[in-house]
Design a protein around this ligand. Structure first.
Ligand code: SF4
Ligand code: SF3
Length: 548
């Protein structure tokens, strides 16, 4: 087998991509990403010991986040980047090894391959990469659990990276990531140990999402109910996508008065609802739909596009020269905007100058959509919401957050939203919303029937809303609320969100369009039995089951 990857929902036949990724990831990139993960596990074997001694290093923390984040689906397709990073990582591991020997000679790190392997040349790296893939673990159930945990860590690393960009750090998150990566090298862990570690990953996921929520709201204010323009103006534009609000802020500051407008795409849409960004007159609104429409929409946008995180679709030649990547995102031949140095802002001048030479965007649609229903906004409407539930005007809430992706089966989510009775409200977060956020579903006593909390990480808001409702109704168990969970997943951040919900004891979550292919039959059974997790069925069956 040439490559093996089953980390996302579009994996071939829900079992694994073995020749090329459906996402466009090629065999050599898939393998070098496997080696990246092997490298950060080796570093973590040493860094976790130094962390315990109080000798943590922010450089190591951030390197490990990068290694996880860059291997998320649709983040980085550039083999050269991984080769360079792995080289740095091997040096870092050796430095940590020496430091540990000096600080605590009595601490013995097991001489596992992760801790000792070496490669000088690209050929040596490539041949090493052949031996460290997902299938190197022969026990299907152990592999399934270990990969699920790894995917949760990938999601956690992306969220933590965005928080770190805003100078919000939580050492406990870094400790957990490094300790868990080190544990994943341990062959003595049983399936029970790994199930427990899976839930711990979910709990730390809540903490990481809280860190990002604190970072975003602490820096830019609490999102507020906002009507977001989805039409265009007559100036050239820059389109910004992904999840990083610090990048957006710096882009807005630097492009102010340049004659260029800034629009959001896909997961950046929720930025329109933050008070701090509303003061920029050239911040115009949202353009287009979810990530996988970019092949068509980036072309029509005419101006350059900044990708601050996944999802990047391998660009067509016709617009490839307009793609600028930053953070962990990469694609060979596209431009890259380097990280901040010594706290100085990134330099977005090239993309702004590029935009000035482009035509204005071609209109895709016109009108407005609602956003900004994160926890603070919804909780400030609590009296109204509680009254509506008590009076029977709202019968049930449906949490329908998560990811969007290409498969036709995902029309289920549009059909489901349309079929919901008029006395129900959708709570959403993540790019899954594009399946129904432009439908005219109306409102209930002034409360829109689609409450969009924001990005996938703002699933944290949905949890906060659920907990606030639980208190308001004086319930013991969050599962007693009239809330059903019908989540769409695609990449590893959604895995973290799912683990976070499970760790909070939320039961009876429906997940689709398929159960993850990385769940072995035994592991799937454990999760289904323990948490009443279920795959989606037909809209009619599911609605009937939820409304009972
Ligand atoms: Fe396949 Fe998804 Fe892996 Fe891409 S990320 S190679 S589509 S499983
Ligand atoms: Fe979407 Fe990639 Fe997951 Fe943040 S942009 S939710 S898929």
């Amino acid at each position: 087998m040439s490559m093996f990857c089953y980390q996302c929902q579009e994996t071939v036949s829900n079992t694994g991509c073995t020749r090329i990724g459906v996402c466009g990831k090629k065999e050599d990139v898939a393998k070098i990403q496997d080696l990246m993960i092997h490298t950060i596990k080796g570093i973590s074997l040493y860094s976790r010991e130094l962390n315990k001694l109080g000798k943590r290093s922010l450089e190591v923390d951030h390197y490990i986040l990068y290694g996880l984040f860059a291997t998320i689906t649709n983040a980085n397709f550039d083999k050269e980047v991984f080769i360079e990073k792995i080289r740095q990582g091997l040096k870092m591991r050796e430095n940590l090894k020496q430091q540990l020997a000096q600080e605590a000679p009595e601490v013995k790190v097991p001489e596992l391959d992760e801790a000792v392997w070496f490669a000088d040349t690209i050929e040596e790296m490539e041949s090493k990469a052949e031996t460290v893939g997902v299938l190197a673990e022969k026990n299907e159930d152990i592999r399934s659990l270990k990969e699920m945990i790894t995917y949760g860590l990938k999601g956690m690393s992306a969220y933590t990276h965005h928080a770190n960009n805003l100078a919000f750090e939580d050492p406990a998150v870094h400790d957990f990531i490094q300790d868990t990566l080190a544990k994943l090298t341990d062959d003595s862990l049983t399936a029970d140990d790994l199930v427990a570690l899976t839930l711990e990953t979910g709990s730390m996921g809540v903490q990481a999402m809280k860190l990002l929520d604190d970072a975003n709201t602490g820096s830019y204010g609490h999102p507020e109910m906002t009507k977001v323009n989805i039409g265009v103006r007559n100036n050239p534009g820059i389109l910004i996508s992904g999840h990083d609000l610090k990048d957006l802020e710096e882009l807005l500051v630097q492009s102010k008065d340049s004659g260029v407008d800034v629009y959001t795409h896909s997961e950046m849409l929720p930025a329109n609802s933050y008070p701090a960004f509303k003061k920029y007159n050239h911040f115009v609104g949202n353009y287009g739909g979810s990530w996988w429409h970019q092949n068509v929409e980036f072309e029509k946008f005419n101006g350059p596009v900044l990708l601050t995180s996944n999802c990047l679709v391998p660009p067509r030649d016709s617009y490839k020269d307009k793609i600028y990547n930053t953070n962990a995102v990469g694609f060979p031949g596209c431009q890259f905007i380097p990280d901040r140095v010594n706290g100085q802002p990134k330099d977005f001048s090239a993309i702004i100058e590029h935009a000035k030479k482009c035509d204005p965007p071609e209109a895709l649609e016109s009108g407005e959509i609602y956003g900004g229903f994160a926890h603070n906004q919804v909780i400030s409407l609590a009296d109204k919401v509680i009254e509506a539930v008590k009076s029977g005007a709202i019968k049930r809430f449906f949490v329908m957050g998560g990811c969007d992706a290409r498969q036709n089966e995902r029309s289920y989510y549009t059909d489901f939203a349309k079929a919901l009775p008029e006395d129900t409200v959708i709570l959403t977060a993540g790019c899954a919303k594009y399946r129904y956020n432009k439908l005219d579903l109306g409102d209930i006593g002034g409360i829109p029937r689609v409450l969009d909390a924001g990005q996938c990480n703002d699933s944290y808001s949905l949890v906060q809303i659920a907990l606030a409702l639980k208190d308001a109704f004086e319930l013991e168990d969050v599962n007693d609320l009239p809330i059903s969970y019908n989540i769409a997943w695609y990449e590893q951040k959604a895995v973290l969100v799912l683990l976070a919900l499970l760790s909070l004891g939320i039961k009876n979550i429906h997940i689709g369009p398929t159960l993850p292919g990385f769940l072995s039959p035994n592991v799937a059974q454990v999760i289904v039995d323990k948490f009443d997790l279920a795959p989606i069925g037909t809209v009619e069956e599911d609605l009937k089951a939820f409304m009972q």
